[in-house]
Design a protein around this ligand. Structure first.
Ligand code: GDP
Length: 194
């Protein structure tokens, strides 16, 4: 189901996991890799193309939510609002949301827009994990260095680090860890959804 307003999102009382990141971060590829589908999420030709909240029901027991990429979304004059209002609303209203996956391109140094977004999640007490994408694009020592320095930067703002995943849609790296995590959380929250 696709919506531009969280009010119309599916009413099912099942746990929900949101995927978000800057346009081109590899979100569609990651979703397709996780779900072993070629085109569940559309690989974006144009940045910022997915402008809807897309709910996919998985195995009848959880929702995968594909959110529009930020960065190319409308930015307010004040530059404080970093993504569209309907996305902000989604995060504030959606009670079923148990975890948000914030995607970061493994090759990139910390960007303000991503750090601001994590700040927003923190301020609204929305649990999130960090997902480093496109891990295959770096050699292992460069990759480790990059991830370590990213985490170091985060510790300037956060007391502790979120759970992190290292993924590649090209090689399937991280798929098992990712799906195991979702299974585990689904079990942990099951009683809240009875
Ligand atoms: P989205 O805009 O965040 O949905 O990003 P896409 O999934 O459309 O990916 C953007 C570009 O990065 C595409 O050209 C993908 O083929 C490429 N890409 C995405 N994930 C990976 C990955 O894990 N490894 C490599 N090598 N390329 C990737």
């Amino acid at each position: 189901m696709s919506n531009s307003n969280v009010i119309n999102a599916p009413k099912d009382r099942i746990p929900e996991y949101a995927f978000i990141g800057r346009s081109n971060v590899g979100k569609s590829s990651l979703i397709n890799m996780l779900m072993e589908r070629k085109d569940l999420a559309k690989i974006s030709g144009k940045p910022g193309k997915t402008q809807l909240i897309n709910h996919f029901k998985i195995n009848e027991n959880w929702f995968l939510v594909d959110l529009p990429g930020y960065g190319y979304a409308q930015v307010s004059k004040k530059k404080r609002v970093i993504f569209q209002y309907f996305i902000e609303n989604y995060f504030k209203e959606r009670e079923q949301l148990v975890c948000t996956f914030v995607l970061i391109d493994s090759r990139h140094d910390p960007q303000k827009i991503d750090l601001d977004f994590m700040q927003f999640l923190g301020e609204n007490q929305i649990p999130f994990c960090l997902v480093f994408t496109k891990a295959d694009k770096l050699g292992s020592s460069k990759l480790n260095k990059q991830i370590t320095s990213y985490k170091k930067k985060l510790l300037q703002y956060w007391e502790s680090l979120p759970m992190t995943f290292l993924t590649s849609s090209s090689t399937g790296l991280g798929r098992k860890e990712f799906l195991d995590f979702i299974d585990k959380v689904n079990e942990d929250v099951a009683k809240d959804f009875e």
